[in-house]
Design a protein around this ligand. Structure first.
Ligand code: NDP
Length: 340
């Protein structure tokens, strides 16, 4: 066992899109677990869009990462030392170890993983935070009914692909929006969406709105909101009365809004005149539903009824590049980093 570890810290805050200089790779002493703590050698870490928010100092639902602090991340790996009765060396565990090749946390903050239940990477995606986010937002806020039409963007990502598959299984018409023809093909052929629109092929909201009108002849009942931007503007023009919008994310605006954003007045007018149910949520407030989610979705993933894609970058040092690429659609499926 070495006595040092590597981690990536926030070196500076981004002004718009993150750049390589915002991150710094450091070598530091390996921590010794104290009473109740567990030391884990990280095998895979998750890269998620929410991390962009943590890089900014602005007020949000979570405290930002401070300059010089390790970037936040969920990760899975092997226990190499434990001073907690529930964990022993060799166990696999999930925890918020950050962008690092080792992590030391109180055992009560970790979840033990059973490798017999499938690859441990699934705890970062399809059966982890993105999976429950999709499941909760779709069911609890979307209130889906068979025969309705659902639209979701970032359709091949871990959230969008889960939303689409849950909606298909419930008898909805499902229209995805994704970046590029290859992702659109994956949405329909791998994930079973009825149709998928390439947002890159539509330069503005008006053109995208026309494409949506064609793909959704009965209008849109549920818009599972992942992206904001011109997609949101186009969707709002096609919402049906009493439609529902679980507001999960708005990645198009994480680096700042641009000039072609829909005027606020028009957006609010659509909410009012279509009696929309628009509800924001952050999944951390709903983890009490995790057991229910895994009991329902886990067997379907095991049986191949719910499919998932993972995009694995190699090496902790490549995490910043993979993260920056993900924010603009460089990933195909759940973005993970193989750390060791
Ligand atoms: P993904 O793996 O799908 O990655 C993000 C994707 O967003 C990109 O691959 C790209 O897909 C798409 N994208 C980026 N920029 C734009 C743009 N300008 N317009 C349209 N699409 C864009 O991410 P996740 O599945 O992990 O997350 C999806 C959303 O859910 C994010 O907004 C995230 O912040 C949110 N989220 C919210 C949670 C909550 O608790 N509320 C929890 C987890 C996730 P493409 O190439 O297809 O355009």
């Amino acid at each position: 066992m070495t006595d040092t570890m590597r981690r990536i810290v926030l070196a500076s805050r981004p002004e718009a899109a993150p750049v390589a200089e915002n991150f710094r790779l450091e070598e530091v002493a390996l921590p010794e677990p104290e009473d109740g703590e567990v030391l884990v050698r990280v095998e895979y870490m998750s890269l998620d869009p929410y991390m962009r928010g943590r890089m900014s100092a602005s007020k949000s639902y979570a405290t930002p990462v401070e300059i010089g602090e390790t970037m936040t991340a969920g990760a899975v790996g092997e226990v190499i030392a434990s001073r907690h009765p529930d964990f022993a060396p060799g166990d696999k565990a999930l925890g918020m170890f950050g962008w690092a090749d080792h992590g030391c946390l109180p055992g009560k903050q970790l979840r033990k993983l059973d490798p017999a239940h499938g690859p441990i990477t699934t705890a970062l995606g399809v059966l982890g935070m993105p999976g429950i986010t999709a499941w909760y937002g779709f069911n609890a806020i979307g209130q889906p009914k068979p025969g309705e039409t659902l639209v979701v963007a970032a359709a091949t990502g871990p959230v969008g692909s889960m939303v689409g598959q849950l909606a298909k299984a419930k008898g909805l018409r499902v229209v995805g929006i994704a970046g590029g023809p290859e992702k659109c093909r994956l949405a329909t052929e791998t994930f079973g969406f009825d149709a998928c629109i390439d947002h890159r092929a539509h330069g503005d909201a008006a053109s995208l709105s026309a494409a949506l009108k064609e793909a959704c002849p009965d209008g849109i009942d549920i818009y599972y909101e992942n992206v904001g931007g011109k997609v949101l503007a186009a969707v709002l023009e096609n919402m049906n009365p009493f439609g529902r919008i679980p507001v999960c994310g708005m990645i198009a605006w994480y680096n700042g809004a641009s000039d072609d954003d829909m005027p606020l007045a028009a957006a609010w007018r659509s909410v009012l005149t279509n009696f929309l149910h628009v509800e924001g949520f952050i999944i951390f407030n709903h983890y009490d539903r995790f057991g229910e989610f895994v009991a329902e979705v886990g067997p379907k993933v095991g049986a191949g009824e719910i499919r998932y894609l993972e995009d694995v970058a190699e090496g902790l040092e490549n995490a910043p590049a993979a993260f920056m690429a993900m924010l603009t659609g460089g990933n195909t499926g759940k973005q993970i980093v193989k750390v060791s």
